[in-house]
Ligand binder design. Structure first.
Ligand SMILES: Cc1cc2nc3c(=O)[nH]c(=O)nc-3n(C[C@H](O)[C@H](O)[C@H](O)COP(=O)(O)OP(=O)(O)OC[C@H]3O[C@@H](n4cnc5c(N)ncnc54)[C@H](O)[C@@H]3O)c2cc1C
Length: 322
């Protein structure tokens, strides 16, 4: 990260030095204790980070990783994530672009792995209740009952009414932070880079690729989209397209087609309060484990967090099986 910081001409010398000072503080765990229950905005004030540096560097990283503005995002999660990305081997901060969709990348290999290891997979069944007793766990799907020696629950946590009461009680209430995505097909290349970050605009990131019908397809993202999600699709198209034209003033590219996708429940609102109350892998019932992205691992709620929690829960089960 230090090399990148010194190379950029986006930051003044004093901003680069402040960022490096902050990085050193992170490396030495200087902020963790005092900022455990604080927001990222509090953290940046505490670490004397210049406002201009927050706007140009820290806020885009916070919004991109936590889908929240610095005023709301948990400082603890931010610090942990930054250390994992930037303060380890270089490969941890590499951007990888998959050549296939997420189903082929993650889902199908996972299903193949489960099938080849003798795991049964049931589709189209909604769990109605899960009960625990006599060192066993009972799952009722309305189409039949299953009994297990141990169970890892990795469902959604916004409705936990079907979980055993003593576990449901430990799950915090979850609020959500929205994301708005815009897909723009244009007649001439305008961005010309596979990925582009924007500062001082409504949209934040743009991923591009050529298609059969357009010179460039732009996939534009606005995270922490509380304000923009309330607007209608035409207005959002107009705002984002103006942002792009303003950022590339020499281009005369025209918009051929646009699609706006609003995701109200894109990610749980991971503020300091939720971070403090995320449940742990081991529940209050000895043979009942929790997984999924909500479970505490210090990370934002993403696929990576869910995978890590699944692995951890599986190891716990294996440790406790006779
Ligand atoms: C629009 C959007 C974009 C995202 N983009 C990214 C991204 O780019 N990168 C990233 O890392 N993360 C992204 N995320 C977050 C990511 O999807 C989640 O972090 C991840 O899917 C969490 O995995 P999970 O296994 O905990 O839960 P889920 O993937 O939500 O899986 C829970 C499963 O449990 C099932 N279930 C729930 N209740 C029951 C029941 N009663 N009976 C039976 N089954 C039940 C659900 O149907 C679901 O299949 C995005 C999320 C959204 C909504």
């Amino acid at each position: 990260m230090t090399v990148g910081l010194f190379q950029t001409n986006l930051l003044h010398q004093y901003e680069k030095l402040a960022a490096i000072r902050f990085g050193m503080g992170m490396m030495l765990f200087r902020y963790d204790k005092q900022m455990a229950h604080s927001s990222c905005a509090d953290l940046f004030r505490f670490a004397h980070q210049p406002v201009s540096l927050i706007e140009k560097l820290w806020a885009p990283i916070v919004i991109g990783t936590l889908n929240l503005p610095p005023e709301k995002a948990s400082a603890q999660v931010f610090l942990h994530t930054m250390r994992l990305i930037f303060l380890q081997d270089k490969k941890h901060s590499s951007l990888l672009f998959p050549k296939v969709g997420l189903s082929d990348l993650l889902i199908n290999p996972a299903l193949d792995y489960l099938s080849s290891h003798g795991c049964g997979i049931k589709y189209g069944q909604t769990i109605q209740t899960i009960k625990a007793g006599n060192n066993l766990v009972y799952v009722d799907t309305g189409k039949g009952n299953d009994v297990f020696d141990a169970l890892i629950f990795a469902g959604n946590y916004h409705d936990v009414s079907f979980l055993p009461e003593e576990i449901a009680r430990t799950i915090p209430e979850i609020k959500y932070s929205p994301i708005t995505n815009a897909y723009f097909w244009v007649d001439k290349k305008i961005v010309g880079l596979p990925i582009c970050g924007f500062i001082g605009t409504s949209l934040e990131w743009c991923f591009t690729k050529p298609t059969q019908y357009a010179a460039e397809l732009l996939a534009c993202t606005k995270s922490a989209a509380d304000d923009i999600i309330k607007k209608d699709n035409d207005e959002i198209t107009d705002i984002f397209w103006k942002d792009i034209k303003r950022s590339f003033p020499n281009s005369d590219a025209k918009l051929l087609r646009s699609v706006i996708i609003k995701e109200k429940r894109a990610t749980p609102l991971l503020d300091a309060a939720l971070q403090l109350h995320r449940p742990k892998t081991k529940s209050i019932i000895p043979n009942f484990y929790l997984a999924g992205d909500l479970v505490q691992n210090g990370l934002p709620m993403t696929i990576e967090g869910a995978v890590r929690n699944g692995q951890k829960a599986a190891h716990e089960v294996l440790k406790n099986i006779d």
